[in-house]
Design a protein around this ligand. Sequence first.
Ligand code: FES
Length: 106
Amino acid sequence: MVNFTVEDHDGNRQEIEAPDDMGFSLMEILKASEYPVLATCGGMALCATCHVEVLEGKDELGEATDMELDQLENLPEYYPTSRLACQIRIGDILEGSVIKLRGEDQ
Ligand code: FES
């Protein structure tokens, strides 16, 4: 299991524990944890509604790939450590990180 912190749109933080051996993406875990992530493209890196900002742990998680940047650049606002949650695999690299939800919440 891997533990990390999620900050919602109101700034409330919650610790999340997720299995790291089942191939889930961060987007799937956020949805399963009942966060308002639309994920309209189903995790294909096409909708950017799973936009998150990596507040801590950015070195481990690395930078957005070109495919992610293509989507992020279309958003009204994105950040140096913005990522698409559907493109982050749950694994050790997430341990101790802090992830802020940035996608649309309706
Ligand atoms: S779920 Fe659509 S870009 Fe991540």
